[in-house]
Design a binder for this molecule. Structure first.
Ligand SMILES: Nc1ncnc2c1ncn2[C@@H]1O[C@H](COP(=O)(O)OP(=O)(O)OP(=O)(O)O)[C@@H](O)[C@H]1O
Ligand SMILES: [Mg+2]
Length: 367
């Protein structure tokens, strides 16, 4: 549906330098795909959306939508619509007129216009609200008006720039599910922008992780989470313990030796990097409390001293330190609430993990 090739965009900065907002970005979006651009503030997400919608011209590269090159096509002639973060409804117009505005300016026939406005309101769960003014709506309802306004002229692609960031957590979570359902019903592509990794994991068919204007990794949520391509991605998506050191091969296993002398053993299967400086990732949920130091059955363990335990609902977070002082976090399932009570700060315990749980990444400095 969208085909982006080597898109680059530079802005002059006030100090006379240049900001590389996009660096040779290439990306394809499928016709019914929910794709999320994820990355820290300033990494180029909005610039990429604005380039797709035509509000920004690329310095280099091309964008095709539905097989058509878009370079010389103005925003209003592209088969895309955008829901902006700051959705700016017209305060003096009713909900119905806000949604119908885009159809009115194109001279859509009255009956057709009313039918489509009704349909769009139905789709976003606002049936019956058409005579209200924006100030008579909640934040979530206003967001729905912005959505309805963007889908009323039936784009093939909907671009959404942090549309949920103004909403509180509960509303945000229910809108996440609604948005996914809406995308399903419309059968169109959504390009969604967020800097909230949880939101990206929940909603997307594919996540595109960006940093400093370039794509760091693009893949399904499970792949980005389980096999991050770099330390940056591992840090940005999910919680992680990252250990730096020298990697050595030992037959079927690898061992990372940290500067503090801790050895972290892991399976060599599926790892391409087998020696030299490396960073190893262990997710907190891959660690569990072990009774002894036996390394049988495809497990290994680490001796730690407990620093803190934090109750977070069904699980508790264990903050601990390796013998060399390196902090390590574990998420421990504890439905009976016994472990959290037993394990006090200062306790010496072992944390166990499956040998195939850790991931080897390029060393942090070169990532
Ligand atoms: N019109 C502009 N003039 C100069 N610099 C710009 C302009 N628009 C964006 N930039 C710069 O380009 C970079 C990318 O900006 P962009 O708005 O795409 O980031 P973003 O990923 O959307 O960030 P956020 O999460 O904060 O919205 C930033 O460094 C920004 O300061
Ligand atoms: Mg932005």
């Amino acid at each position: 549906m969208i085909s982006i090739r080597n898109a680059s965009k530079r802005f002059p900065d006030p100090e006379g330098g240049v900001v590389h907002a996009l660096r040779s970005v290439s990306l394809d979006v499928g016709a019914r795909e929910f794709i999320t651009l994820l990355g820290p503030s300033g990494c180029g997400k909005t610039t990429l959306l604005r380039s797709i919608s035509g509000f920004e011209d690329l310095d280099e590269g091309t964008i095709a939508i539905d097989g058509r090159e878009m370079t010389h096509i103005p925003p209003n002639k592209r088969p895309v619509n955008t829901v902006f973060q700051n959705y700016a409804l017209f305060p003096h117009l009713t909900v119905g007129d806000n949604i119908g505005y885009g159809l009115d300016v194109t001279g859509c026939a009255r009956d057709e216009r009313n039918r489509r406005v009704g349909e769009a309101m139905e789709l976003v769960g606002l049936a019956g609200f058409d005579r209200r003014k924006p100030h008579q709506l909640s934040g979530g309802q206003q967001q729905r008006v912005a959505l309805a306004r963007a889908i009323v002229n039936r784009p093939s692609v909907l671009l959404l720039d942090e549309p949920l960031s103004a909403l509180d957590r509960k509303l945000r979570e229910s809108m996440q599910l609604e948005l996914k359902n809406l995308q399903h019903e419309l059968g169109i592509a959504f390009v969604f922008v967020t800097h909230d990794q949880q939101e990206a994991l929940t909603m997307s068919d594919r996540i595109v992780v960006m940093d400093h204007g370039s794509v760091q990794q693009a893949g399904p949520p499970t792949e980005v989470y389980d096999r991050p391509a770099s330390v940056f991605v591992a840090r940005f998506v999910g919680e992680g313990n990252l250990f730096e050191g020298e990697l050595e091969a030992r037959g079927d296993t690898l061992a990372l030796r940290t500067a503090g002398g801790t050895g972290i053993v892991l399976s060599a299967a599926g790892e391409t990097r087998r020696a030299g400086p490396a960073t190893v990732l262990i997710r907190p949920e891959d660690l569990e409390m072990a009774d002894d130091d036996s390394a049988a059955g495809g497990f290994a363990s680490l001796a730690v001293e407990v620093t803190q335990t934090i109750f977070v609902g069904t699980d508790f977070q264990l903050v601990a330190a390796l013998a060399d002082g390196t902090p390590i976090k574990a998420t421990i399932r504890d439905p009976s609430r016994t472990l959290a009570r037993q394990v006090q700060p200062g306790a010496h315990i072992r944390l166990r993990y499956r040998l195939d749980a850790p991931r080897v990444l390029a060393p942090a400095a070169s990532a």
